[in-house]
Design a protein around this ligand. Structure first.
Ligand code: FES
Length: 606
């Protein structure tokens, strides 16, 4: 900001608002500017550049807000300062940039007192509000460095740690015509991982999620959230019936209006979940499990932000298209031939209610998770369906049954043989994500008004997942041996120290699994292991399936903690990570630049 009005103070730029009391400092004299119209000064702990343009003097932060190059090495012409590194241009008066890859440079009010130049060095902008806006700019413009800077600033600024997540969520569900996709799923999965990560890694996880949304929405038509039905909404049972009817005929528009109306009517998360999960399990393994997985993630996203009606309408309606339009395994060859799995399932579903009723008296005492999971790995689909029904009769709750199926799906990964085609890692992962989503859905609908009906509907998903586990059997042919603990006496700290270097090399699948097994067998601190696995995930280029595997493994580990099954989930995650590492780590390079800038380091000096 500049002035030639002697002994008078002008406000900062129109866009800037002083956030603390003025701190006027003598910075230089007019004579100091006579030779070059430019002078660098160190005032009140800041390095500023004074530029004279015509009769005006301006004071700006000397660090280019793009990547830190000194602005006193720039060129000033017609009121525009151009940085000499990547040519970002700035309005001298306000500091606003004309190049969205850069940020606005901070400017400071100037006052001339006689021949002296005085500068008010007090902070001139609300940093949090600024980076909130820059985060939106970064999402709109798809500028990775801006996203990284914003995530770091907002995560470290001492405000609501969930604010950047919420901004990304709200943006993502409104800017992709196809609705909820991989970007929002990664964004939510990474946010779920935050508590297990080292504090320094948390902004990096937010950055990856935000960047995933930006990439996915870039170039997409926006999505317009429908208005609810006018007046008083029908009762939940009617809306549930309508939703299922509209999904049946793949009418996503009608189905979306039902969902929005249900939320606006005041239905809570559990009741809306019951509606959506019922519709998502009326058909077999829709969209190879993604439709139900995405639905579960949408609810988890709202768990993070808190339930707000308008946001919940936008978020939950965004999953409807995938449920309505996704492929149904009734139409797939693999689920029909040589064994008609769909027919097996449709014969079993009418028996679910009676099986649950038979087991009611023994509920809470079932301990058959491990043998059931091993049975599900067998090449016996009809027998596996009966085993599931038997487990219900023996007292397994719907969620316990789903937990056993999820464990079986995890074992497929823990025992995935590296002689398989590489792309088949994803096949096992799809089954795991679906099974896990069914289990989480069952936990969620437990507080629905019609919890029993909701569980009965969703239980069909657990049977679907068991059939998918069966179909994945060729990926364990032969099964890789379950990683055995290493030699006695191995020190946990030494083992853990070897994990990241191990994942710097390709083809370390079995070694990574064995290391994790040995670490846990040696009573290593599991919190440190989770944080290290999280670090290993975040330093690689983002991969949808690896993020999903890691997040699910962490969640399942927490649910199974204290049992041998828990270790198998982390072994599965370590093996999956090792199969997909190392990458070029290009996304991390951008983050590292942003972090160095945040710390005030000089990038241009190497
Ligand atoms: S434009 Fe100034 S550092 Fe890149």
């Amino acid at each position: 900001m500049a002035t030639t009005h002697r002994s008078s103070t002008t406000p900062a730029s129109p866009a800037a608002t002083a956030t603390s009391a003025p701190r006027w400092q003598r910075a230089a004299t007019i004579a100091d500017l006579n030779e070059t119209d430019c002078k660098t000064v160190h005032v009140d702990g800041r390095t500023l550049v004074l530029w004279r343009a015509g009769a005006q003097v301006y004071a700006l932060d000397n660090r280019c807000p793009h990547m830190g190059f000194p602005l006193d090495r720039g060129t000033c012409r017609d009121g525009i300062l151009t940085c000499h590194w990547h040519a970002a241009r700035f309005d001298l008066r306000t500091g606003g940039t004309f190049d969205q890859f850069a940020d606005d440079v901070q400017v400071f009010p100037v006052e001339l007192r006689g021949d002296e130049i005085w500068v008010d060095t007090a902070p001139q902008r609300d940093t949090r509000a600024y980076y909130r806006q820059r985060l939106r700019d970064g999402l709109e413009q798809d500028v990775r460095l801006v996203l990284a800077k914003s995530a770091i600033a907002l995560a470290n600024g001492g405000g609501d740690p969930h604010e950047p997540f919420r901004i990304g969520l709200d943006y993502g569900v409104r800017h992709r015509a196809l609705g909820w996709g991989q970007g929002l799923t990664m964004h939510t999965a990474l946010a779920n991982l935050l508590p297990q990560l080292e504090p320094a890694d948390r902004p990096r996880a937010l950055y990856h999620g935000l960047d995933a949304i930006s990439r996915e929405t870039s170039g997409s038509a926006p999505r317009f959230v429908l208005q609810p039905l006018p007046g008083t909404a029908p009762d939940l049972a009617t809306m549930t019936r309508w939703l299922r009817q509209f999904i049946a005929v793949r009418d996503d528009e009608g189905a979306e209006r039902v969902v929005v109306s249900a939320v606006r009517s005041g239905a809570g998360a559990a009741d809306v979940a019951a509606m959506l999960f019922a519709a998502a399990t009326d058909y077999r393994y829709i969209q190879i499990g993604h439709a139900l997985d995405f639905t579960n993630k949408a609810f988890e996203a709202l768990d993070i932000t808190g339930w707000e009606t308008e946001l919940a309408e936008a978020v939950l309606s965004s999953v409807v298209r995938g449920i309505a339009q996704g492929s149904r395994q009734e139409e797939s060859n693999a689920w029909r031939h040589p064994v008609d799995l769909v027919a097996l399932l449709e014969a079993a579903f009418p028996r679910l209610e009676a099986a649950l009723a038979d087991g009611a008296a023994q509920r809470g005492a079932w301990a058959g998770r491990v043998p059931l999971a091993h049975k599900l790995l067998e090449d016996d689909p009809a027998g596996n369906v009966e085993a599931l029904l038997d487990a219900l009769r023996a007292g397994a709750s719907a969620e316990e049954l789903a937990s056993a199926v999820t464990y079986a799906a995890g074992l497929r990964i823990a025992r995935f043989h590296t002689s398989n085609e590489f792309g088949d890692w994803d096949t096992t992962l799809h089954t795991l994500t679906f099974a896990h989503a069914v289990q989480m859905g069952l936990r969620r609908v437990a507080s629905a008004a019609d919890a029993d009906g909701a569980a009965l509907a969703l239980l069909r998903g657990a049977f679907d997942a068991a059939m998918s586990v069966y179909l994945d059997r060729f990926l364990n042919t032969p099964p890789a041996p379950l990683s055995a603990p290493g030699p006695d006496g191995a020190r946990p700290a030494a083992l853990l120290a070897g994990l990241l270097p191990l994942l710097d090399r390709q083809q370390q699948v079995n070694e990574a699994g064995a290391l994790v097994a040995a670490y846990l067998a040696a009573d290593g601190d599991d919190a440190l292991l989770l944080a290290t696995l999280g670090k290993a995930l975040l330093r690689e280029d983002r991969d949808f399936h690896t993020i999903q595997t890691t997040e699910i493994a962490f969640r399942q580990y927490a649910l199974l903690r204290g049992t041998p099954a828990a270790a198998h989930m982390l072994i599965a995650a370590a093996r999956y990570l090792a199969a997909h590492a190392p990458t070029a780590r290009a996304q991390g390079q951008t983050y590292s630049i942003a972090l160095r800038l945040h710390r005030g380091e000089r990038i241009y000096e190497g």
